[in-house]
Design a protein around this ligand. Structure first.
Ligand code: 5GP
Length: 177
């Protein structure tokens, strides 16, 4: 397995480019079927999901909209934990068929904290598409509707995902050695 170094750490190939693109095609085919005539709005979460969102969107043959948002967490005043707020969500979600696009769901905390904010706007439906899911790391259960790959609880980089700012441009997904 070819190994690479990002900053101070070694990574080895985990998911080759063709494997990722084939799976993205399969997910797009499912969405094309499920959402025909429904004109979904994809909300892709930056930074990590930009490559997945782009490849997925290219494979759609239905009418669909796409926007990108950034999530910012801050500690709430009460002990209820982190509050997640979004930057860049200009669309009104009322009655929309929303599909969240994530690069990876790890503990599930980010989406768990963010989904109530979206639900507040009363979308017609809300589903989640994530390229990667670390099922063993789940702390906040979520209904994941489209999952690319279920992966072990090991740090990964590439295909949009970074390690301390680097590695997003890699075409393959690499796992920490
Ligand atoms: P969660 O809130 O589900 O625990 O974490 C989600 C976020 O953590 C992801 O959107 C991603 O930014 C980051 N993350 C979790 N696991 C990994 C990983 O293995 N590699 C990278 N690059 N980011 C990760």
């Amino acid at each position: 397995m070819p190994a690479i170094t990002v900053h101070d750490k070694s990574f080895e190939t985990y998911l080759p480019e063709e494997t990722i693109l084939q799976r993205v095609k399969e997910i797009a085919a499912e969405i094309n079927k499920d959402y025909a005539g429904r004109r979904p709005l994809f909300i892709a979460i930056l930074n990590g999901s930009f490559m997945f969102a782009s490849d997925l969107f290219k494979q759609l043959n239905i009418e669909a909209e796409l926007c990108f948002i950034k999530l910012a967490s801050y500690k709430g005043m009460k002990s209820s934990g982190n509050v997640v707020t979004s930057i860049g969500l200009e669309d009104d979600l009322f009655n929309k068929e929303v599909i969240i696009v994530e690069d990876i769901v790890d503990t599930g905390k980010t989406l768990h904290n963010f989904l109530p904010k979206l639900m507040h706007q009363q979308p017609k439906s809300l589903k989640i598409a994530t390229l990667l899911h670390k099922a063993d790391a789940t702390e906040y259960p979520l209904q994941l509707d489209y999952v690319g790959f279920s992966i072990p609880n090991k740090f990964v980089v590439g295909y949009g995902l970074d390690y301390d700012g680097l590695g997003r441009n890699l075409k393959e997904i690499y796992q920490l050695v």
